[in-house]
Design a protein. Structure first.
Length: 288
């Protein structure tokens, strides 16, 4: 087996497909394909797997991906056709003359494959976004440079994480996690730039991340309350929902949980105002 191969772990019943990040003669470092998980395993524990119907396979999309996309599209449409504008639009012939300003997302991802897929889905959902691949240890420095340039309404800080096998007895310590410290530092940098949780929303974390530390650092939404695996698209689901939720509306985690694949065991957060605005009158573009 070599770098780039898709594998599963026999000792875990083959429950997660990984890509080999690095390998020597004895063991391999692994990155989850559909889940934001880091792991390592002896080569003897690995079995070759097919990448079909995973996020890494651009030829097909899994049922989970299609269902997530459908839910997000439905949520976006519902936000656009909410009660306020229904009152302005009493008949189909008299549509309100307005324009939309959805919240802008800055998406920082520690996995280039997940970033590519996320950017595709942001585009399909018409969410304004700038995305950057940044290894987890460099995320705080990257945000220090990017935040003044991008001026986002929503910041997503995600990648890969895991609880260290030899530190599972002390899950309250940040040193027990592979990348939670880096995510916490990134969130702190974001909050140094903008302290208000409503002026700039922060979504942070990956599989098994230190949920409480991320919230204390200033995240609005974070993983992982029950230290479980989170799906690669769960951070995107939250960001897309908030991008098209009115600034007049406060969103709780219970309003968002149905859009995620992982649920409340994998993601939690605090009440937060949306970042979607409507302007009137409608803008007439030069080419119309």
């Amino acid at each position: 087996m070599r770098q780039g191969d898709f594998v599963t772990r026999k000792s875990y019943g083959g429950d997660v497909i990984f890509r080999i990040e690095r390998a020597d003669s004895q063991k391999a470092e692994l990155r989850g394909v559909d889940y934001r998980l880091l792991a390592d395993a002896p080569l003897s524990d690995l079995t070759t797997a097919s990448p079909a119907s995973t996020l890494e396979d651009t030829r097909s999309e899994s049922p989970e991906l299609r269902q997530t996309l459908q839910r997000l599209l439905h949520a976006r449409r519902q936000e656009q056709v909410n009660q306020e504008y229904a009152m302005m639009n009493k008949t189909k012939a008299s549509a309100p003359n307005y324009f939309e300003v959805p919240g802008k997302v800055l998406h920082i991802d520690g996995d280039p494959a997940y970033l590519r897929k996320s950017m595709q889905l942001y585009g399909q959902l018409r969410v304004p976004v700038e995305g950057y691949y940044v290894p987890e240890p460099q995320m705080a420095d990257a945000l220090y440079r990017l935040l003044p340039q991008v001026r986002p309404d929503i910041v997503v800080v995600t990648g890969h994480d895991a609880i260290l096998k030899h530190r599972r007895s002390d899950m309250n310590s940040l040193s027990s996690y592979k990348n939670s410290t880096h995510f916490v530092n990134a969130v702190r940098t974001a909050r140094d730039f903008e302290r208000s949780r409503d002026a700039m929303i922060v979504v942070a974390g990956a599989c098994q991340s230190h949920f409480e530390a991320l919230l204390r650092a200033g995240a609005n939404y974070a993983s992982s309350p029950a230290r479980v695996l989170i799906h690669a698209l769960d951070p995107l689901c939250i960001a897309a929902k908030l991008s098209y939720t009115s600034i007049r509306k406060t969103v709780s985690m219970l309003d968002i949980v149905d859009l995620t694949i992982t649920g409340l065991e994998g993601l939690g957060g605090v009440d937060t105002k949306g970042s979607y605005r409507v302007g009137v009158p409608g803008i007439v573009h030069a080419d119309q």
